[in-house]
Design a protein around this ligand. Sequence first.
Ligand code: TXA
Ligand code: MG
Length: 338
Amino acid sequence: MKTKQLNITHEGLLSNNDLNLASSLLKAGELVAFPTETVYGLGADATNGDAIRKIYHAKGRPSDNPLIAHVGKYEQLKEIVEFVPAYVKKLIHQFSPGPITYILKHNGVCSNEVTAGLDTIAVRIPNHPVALQLLQACQFPVAAPSANLSGKPSPTSAQHVSNDLTGKIPLIINGGKTGVGLESTVLDCTGDVPIVLRYGSITSEMIEKALNITLPSTKPKTDQSPKSPGLKYKHYAPSIPLLLVKGSLKDLENTIFSYKEAGQKVGLLLKDSTTDQLGLKSNYKLGETIDEIAGNLYQGLRSFEQTDYDVIIIESFKEEGLGIAVMDRLTRAASKII
Ligand code: TXA
Ligand code: MG
């Protein structure tokens, strides 16, 4: 299959012609990769089971891992769920469109393939002008997992999508580098209080503040989490072993040194101040603030694809705010943590 790429206009939107092309492909049951503020999504009509099966096929994704239904506005969200609890209305008011996904009881409008047979559905209103333009043009919800091959880091640029999916999908919309760089916060909203199933840039503290409650302190597990099927799979992993070093700067320096001593070709992913302090060079510049690091992380991991490094060593980051989501992804991606 030939994969076409569309660029956005100077205003950062799709031209009318391109918007028509993208929405008619979706309507015809085809796949379209599009930018969101978190990572690129691989979209298909969520009411069309055959279209959804193409997503699982293109990604090589296990079919028991349900997808997020993306909608362009609250009215479209209400059309696919049984009901919206009062606290979810508050959260939507405060955080949506934005990098947060709500798990709610569904009403059967979306196909079983989207929900993997569960009685709940994940719904999100992404905060990206092109995504909103596309979703609002569609008269149906668009199911979209991250547009990467299953197991690889999520794509934060159209180039990543193209590397993984060229020849497998008809269209990629190039909206440039995504802003957040990590996938949305996933929140189970089927109970009286929400439960964070996947950490993201909308943090637990932000949710607690918005609702004036204390969230149950259940940390999503890295291995088995029956509530969110996707979390049990190996994720975000680069093709070369990733070593996550906790501990002091000295520990990091010693680890790097001992791998080099053993004759290993060592790739480094470090923040700017660490490279300065150690007098070393990071193979990919992660930046300094946690927002920069989150935004650059997947590109950094992917920058080692098709290189001959034996190991990638990455430092750990403070587990607060967005740092919790960064460390969650790194812990899942790491083949070893020391
Ligand atoms: O930022 C994002 O969320 C991106 C962009 C494209 O929107 N999407 C994304 O989708 O990361 P995906 O498929 O890679 O991750 C969806 C996560 C998975 O961990 C999945 O198991 C979980 O949401 N999920 C989906 N439906 C669920 C449900 N009904 N109950 C519990 N977890 C669910
Ligand atoms: Mg994914």
